[in-house]
Design a protein around this ligand. Structure first.
Ligand SMILES: Cc1cc2nc3c(=O)[nH]c(=O)nc-3n(C[C@H](O)[C@H](O)[C@H](O)COP(=O)(O)OP(=O)(O)OC[C@H]3O[C@@H](n4cnc5c(N)ncnc54)[C@H](O)[C@@H]3O)c2cc1C
Length: 458
């Protein structure tokens, strides 16, 4: 029998802490939970069952893989610890973004992965938003989806050269992106403080939990099996394939794919600890006067700027503004997050009235040390995949489709990333704390950049 960790691999205490299950607190407190259609009916795994591909984790990555596998006629079973979207997929801001984080533009991806994988990854990321909205249309999902475009405004004129380069790189790939000048950026965002913007019309926004539940329903309709409230405790490989054990049952599978993001709970510590957990706080305001939509994001786009401590905001379908981000002290901070994030938004958008937070919640994402997706081998016919990195809705959906095509018989060389061994970071939980602790310095750097621009009269 093969245990999935690397031979001799022993997780450290910090690795065990980082692999702790997702805090259940606040999943039901989100705006998305209050406004999404109900999840499809499903039941826990009980007794013995078998399948071709077992997928552990019912977020976008697991469910997109399952949907596309089922459509290709492959028998697939998803085991989800709680319910679809309980992880990051049901708690995020709902931005559908067709690129990765700053620094991972086409040149960055090629530099990191080589020309072949880099190009495949760029095309996959660039087409990710179209794929999300196509799936929503094709499967008739009620996800409050708006393909109105994604804005990345620059907060100082010093970012202009970077912006020109970013636009040129994505246009070079055939992506229909545009550079907005200062006036256009101010009009599109509603904030007088921006100096230009990157605009990708294929992006947009939606209710992220509704989209995740829609993926689950579509996967089931295509023939996939989904078992909720089925936390996987152990996986091991024997003569008959992989044995996947939950509290109530055991699934035997020819192939195994873990898509547990940062919440695996120690099922595969080496793979899980390639991801640094980062807690983010989200707020939705009271319903606002619809007339404000004329001056704040008038085309109903979503916006996430270039600050180190970035400011992101969008409208919900019921006229609330949704925003959020990091906090320097991540412990017990949902209440503090309300004030901090709303104050920031009012400073950015002076036309806003007094804001109150009708909804406040938190979520945890996983980020690899290089912010790139990973497909890691766990043993024969067993893998762990991750593509969260904070900007993962389009990315995980597209990566899931690529994984399904590969598992359904496609060639290795069509995968956008190489299959590698897990490369765990030694202390993910400590790094996570350090990122929060570093936040005041990032804010100071943001303020300094703004002050410099003001002094220069820009
Ligand atoms: C607050 C926040 C805001 C964000 N905003 C955006 C945004 O606006 N746009 C964007 O593109 N991305 C955003 N992201 C990132 C995005 O949410 C993620 O990239 C994406 O949801 C990752 O999907 P996933 O399927 O990989 O992981 P997850 O959605 O985390 O799914 C993992 C699933 O595995 C299950 N699981 C874990 N362990 C086990 C086990 N042992 N047995 C069974 N099941 C298990 C969990 O319950 C969970 O449902 C945000 C993330 C957060 C937290």
């Amino acid at each position: 029998m093969i245990e999935i960790q690397h031979e001799g691999y022993r997780p450290t205490l910090w690795e065990r802490v980082a692999a702790a299950p997702h805090p259940s607190r606040s999943f039901q407190a989100s705006l998305w939970h209050a406004t999404a259609p109900p999840p499809p009916a499903s039941a826990p795994l009980t007794g013995a069952a078998s399948t071709d591909v077992a997928i552990v984790g019912g977020g976008y990555l697991g469910l997109s893989t399952a949907l596309h596998l089922a459509e290709a006629g492959v028998a697939v079973t998803v085991l989800e610890a709680d319910e679809p979207g309980f992880g990051a997929s049901g708690r995020n801001t709902g931005f559908v973004v067709p690129n990765l984080l700053t620094g991972l533009d086409p040149a960055g991806m090629r530099a990191a992965l080589g020309a072949e994988h880099g190009d495949l990854l760029c095309r996959m990321v660039g087409g990710g938003a179209d794929l999300v909205f196509d799936l929503i249309r094709r499967h008739g999902m009620d996800a409050q989806a708006r393909q109105t475009g994604w804005l990345q405004p620059i907060h100082t004129p010093a970012k202009r050269a970077w912006l020109d380069d970013r636009v040129a790189q994505w246009r070079g790939l055939g992506q229909e992106v545009r550079l907005l000048d200062r006036d256009e950026a101010v009009y599109e965002t509603g904030s007088p403080s921006y100096h230009g913007a990157f605009f990708d019309p294929s992006g947009g926004h939606l209710n992220p939990l509704a989209y995740c539940r829609g993926l689950a329903a579509a996967a089931i309709a295509a023939g996939a099996a989904l078992h909720t409230t089925s936390r996987v405790r152990h996986v091991a490989r024997g003569a008959g394939g992989w044995r996947v054990t939950t509290d109530g049952g055991e699934l035997t599978a020819k192939r195994l794919l873990l898509t547990t993001n940062v919440t695996g709970g120690g099922v595969a510590p080496a793979a899980e600890n390639t991801q640094i957990p980062i807690t983010l706080f989200q707020v939705a305001t009271q319903p606002l006067d619809p007339a404000l939509r004329e001056t704040v994001l008038p085309h109903d786009r979503c916006s996430a700027d270039t600050r180190k401590d970035l400011i992101a905001y969008r409208w919900s379908s019921d006229n609330r503004l949704v925003t959020g981000g990091l906090l320097a002290n991540p412990f017990g901070s949902v209440a503090r997050g309300r004030h901090h994030h709303l104050d920031r938004l009012r400073a950015l958008l002076p036309q806003l009235p007094e804001l109150t937070a009708d909804y406040a919640w938190q979520g945890r994402l996983g980020a690899a040390k290089d912010f790139l997706p990973r497909l890691m081998t766990l043993g024969p016919n067993g893998w762990s995949a991750n593509a969260c990195n904070g900007r993962g809705m389009a990315m995980t959906t597209a990566f899931g489709r690529a994984l399904a095509r590969w598992l359904a018989g496609g060639a290795n060389d069509r995968l956008p990333v190489p299959v590698t061994k897990p490369d765990p970071v030694p202390t993910p939980a400590l790094i996570s704390l350090a990122i929060s602790a570093w936040l005041p310095f990032n804010r100071w750097a943001d303020r300094r950049a703004l002050a410099r621009a003001r002094r220069a009269g820009q």
